[in-house]
Every structure is written in C-alpha cells, then in structure tokens.
Write a protein that binds this ligand. Structure first.
Ligand code: PLP
Length: 437
C-alpha cells in the first residue's frame, strides 16, 4: 500500500539525488521508504501521512530538550522578527561564546578561552584542522577508523556515519594527495598512535578524535585513552582536537570531556569542536580552545575562515536558550531515560537469544549484534548487521522511529516522559523477535 511518504519519495528522487539531502536519511541500509516528516514536538515526530512516532533520532542529536521546545521556538520567533541575518557582529554572539567557554569547565580546568561560531560541524572540524596546520606549520593529520568528523575532503577516509552505513572506503572526488595527508589509525590502540608519531612525528599537525565515538555505533574510549592521546600529541609538538559535535552538551553540561574530567580523567585538548545541541536544532556549530591557537584565525592571524551566515541571529538565539535550559536536571532525566531504554533493549534481545551488546557512552547508546561491545571499527563491522533492518522496521511498525542504521547512536531527550518510554519498551519484544529470525 502506498501512502503520502511513497508519493513524496518518488517525487523527491526526481529532483534530489537519492531523494534526500543527507545520505543516511534514505533508509539505504534498512530498506523501505523514508518517513517524510511534517512536524515534530517533544518526544514525537509526525510523518507526511499523519502518523506519529516516538522519536529516538532527535534530529541526529540536537533535540536534547525534545523537539520544538516552546521557549526555544519563542526566542527564535522573536529573533526572526528583529532580522534574519545581519552579516555583522551581535551582542548575542558574545553571550553564546561566553556560555560555551564557561560551561566547558570542571574545577580549575577551563580549556576554552576563545570561541568562533560557524554553521555546521563539518566547518568546525575543517577549521580546527586548518588552524592546527597553520600554527604548527605541519601537514599530516591523524584520525581514527570509524570516526566521523563531517564531510570535508581530508576527513572522509574510513569515516563512520553514512560512510560506514554505505560501506564506503571513503569518497570519490577526494584527490589522492589530500587523502594522503590523513593517517587513519585503529581506535583505542595507543601503540598505533605512538608508532605513527615515531615514524612521522615532525610532520603531524594534530590528532582529531571523537570525544567518544558514536558514528560506528557507540564505541567509548578505553579508560585513559583520550588523556594519553593528549600527552602523546603534546610530547610531539602536535595539537589534540576533541570533536564534541555529537557529544558536546549532550552527555553532560560540559560535554564528554566534562564527564571524563569529573570522573578524574583530566586532560587538556588544544581545540574542541561543537555542533548539534549547541545550536538547539538550528544551523550552528563552534570551535574553541587555547587563546594563542584561536587567535591565529583571521582577522588576527594568518589562518583564514569566514561565513556569510556564521553567528546567524536565529541560530544564536536557539543556542543560548538551549544551553540555559540544559540544566543538570535535564541531563539526569536524559540519563535515566537512556538507562530505561538500554536495559529494556538488552532484556528483549536476551529473551530472544539474540547475541548482542548495548554499548554506552554517557547517555548515548546503541545496539551491536556482537557478543561484546566493540572497541574499534574493524570489530564493529564484524557484527550481524543484517539483524538490524527487521528490528528497525518492527519498531517503526509499532510507532517508534530509530536511526535507520545500526552504526548510529540512539538519542533520548528530556521530553521522553513515561508514556513515550512505555511505547518504546513495549515495542521492543516484537522487534527482538524480528531480529532473531
Ligand atoms: N563531527 C561529529 C562527531 C559528528 O557526529 C558530525 C555529524 O554527525 C560532524 C562532525 C559533522 O557535523 P555536521 O553534520 O553538522 O556537518
């Protein structure tokens, strides 16, 4: 039976490559017709056929407080009435930059002295890398297999997210000399990092790492790993870029760095990148870090970066409201909701005898059809990924929208109340049965 989603998908494929504006949305790895969304509120989304789903995608992370939080909508409307885009500095940008710097602090550790606002996570990581190269005068970059840092040329080798979902080694269109500037190492393997520095130490500008990997499924760093990366990079005159686009302001008021620092694992990255939650659902991202490094950006320094829409007043208003509303109680709520769903997921799969793990990193979790949570990309790829499409569709049929790939994290929000959690938990047994068969 076709519905409005099918009609729209047919039309979309005529005018938009693959019918979507970002690849994973196409349901390529789970099959079927993507839901074309008409609206979203709180813990639910409503598709073009008028069907409501409890949502565990949260716009791929930003909706920490739930969709269309009334106070955020109100400030965005008020900002819109004052002007959609100025292309000039605003007082609100100063407020948001200060909020970011103030929040990323644990005890005396305040690693963010200066912040620049951009529009997407891709721009944030791309700029952080250019900055690292500019200040060190070196070209090479270390990234880890399965980590996704956006779609700039040098970062697509062995990337997670859609690149993992589509089983691509990288991307066509990236010139070989550019790809050759990125050394891709296995994650959670410090010997590989030491070896790379031993071989190329004086040419490595930076190590970029997801604060906790969440684009190959959720794969947390092993204890001490991020801190050791900082030490190795610094001992060799390179910078550490912690990519918190996904984890920042989502797993803790001070991001995954804050979660680790509070747990006694203190380390000092040179640069951080943020996106998603920091814009509260509007296009906004940021990079921040040491003042001496950040001041190498134009107009003060020689590293160029710019953006017509950078610091857009609607996005900045949404970002400020989101960070102000994201109190410790919000994180406690999201943590508790994540624990309910993660536990129910594991129980349902166990009841059906499905070999699985539910890897966690703070409130982020996902499913891996492996006996143990993977520590790296090579292991994550060995799972029974074929179990996910029937599982996904059974949940969708029961009115629960999951990320359409086994390699993505599930996102809870502060709006997932008891009723929403009940709907998820009661859908899981049938989905587990579908995964078992
Ligand atoms: N870095 C990480 C860790 C991400 O998860 C993403 C997006 O999912 C990005 C960077 C890129 O952000 P954007 O999609 O806003 O360009």
């Amino acid at each position: 039976m076709t519905d409005r989603n099918d009609e729209l998908f047919d039309r979309a494929r005529e005018v938009i490559p693959g019918g979507v504006n970002s690849p994973v949305r196409a349901y390529g790895s789970v099959g079927g017709t993507p839901r074309f969304l008409a609206s979203a509120r709180g813990a639910t989304v409503t598709d073009a056929a008028g069907r409501e789903f409890v949502d565990l995608v949260a716009s791929w992370g930003p909706a920490l407080l739930g969709h269309a939080h009334p106070e955020i909508v109100e400030v965005v409307q008020a900002a819109a009435a004052r002007g959609l885009s100025f292309g000039a500095p605003t007082g609100a940008e100063v407020e948001l930059a200060s909020l970011i710097a103030e929040r990323v602090a644990v005890g005396d550790a305040k690693p963010i002295e200066k912040v620049r606002l951009v529009s997407t996570g891709t721009e944030a990581t791309m700029t952080a890398i250019r900055l690292a190269r500019g200040v060190t005068g070196r070209d090479l970059l270390i990234k880890f297999a399965g980590h996704y840092h956006g779609h700039s040329d040098g970062l697509l080798a062995a990337a997670g997210s859609g690149v993992a979902t589509l089983a691509l080694p990288g991307s066509a269109g990236v010139p070989a000399p550019i790809a050759a500037q990125t050394l891709v190492l296995p994650y959670n393997d410090l010997d590989a990092v030491r070896e790379a520095f031993a071989l190329h130490g004086d040419r490595i500008a930076a190590v970029i790492v997801e604060a906790a990997a969440a684009n190959m499924g959720v794969v947390a760093p092993l204890p001490g790993y991020n801190a050791a990366l900082a030490d190795i990079a610094h001992d060799n005159g390179a910078l550490l870029i912690i990519d918190e686009v996904l984890t920042g302001f989502r797993v803790h008021p001070a991001g995954y760095w804050g979660l680790q620092a509070e747990a006694g694992e203190a380390f000092t990255p040179d640069l951080f990148t943020f996106g998603k939650v920091v814009g509260g659902g509007m296009p906004l991202a940021a990079l921040g870090g040491r003042a001496d490094v950040m001041d190498a950006l134009a107009p003060l320094g020689p590293v160029y970066q710019a953006g017509t829409l950078s610091g857009n007043p609607l996005s900045v208003a949404a970002g400020i409201a989101t960070l102000r509303l994201a109190t410790p109680e919000v994180y406690a709520r999201v943590d508790a909701a994540a624990a309910v769903v993660a536990d129910a997921l594991s129980s349902a799969l166990t009841a059906e005898g499905v070999v699985h793990a539910v890897p966690r990193a703070g409130s982020l979790f996902g499913v891996a059809f492996l006996p143990d949570a993977p520590h790296d990309y090579a292991t994550a790829l060995t799972q029974d990924a074929w179990r996910y499409p029937p599982f996904f569709h059974a949940m969708l049929d029961a009115g629960v929208s999951l990320p359409p790939s086994v390699y993505e994290a599930w996102f809870l929000t502060a709006a997932h109340d008891e009723a929403a959690l009940d709907r998820i938990v009661s859908a899981l047994p049938a989905a587990a049965r579908a995964a078992a068969s």
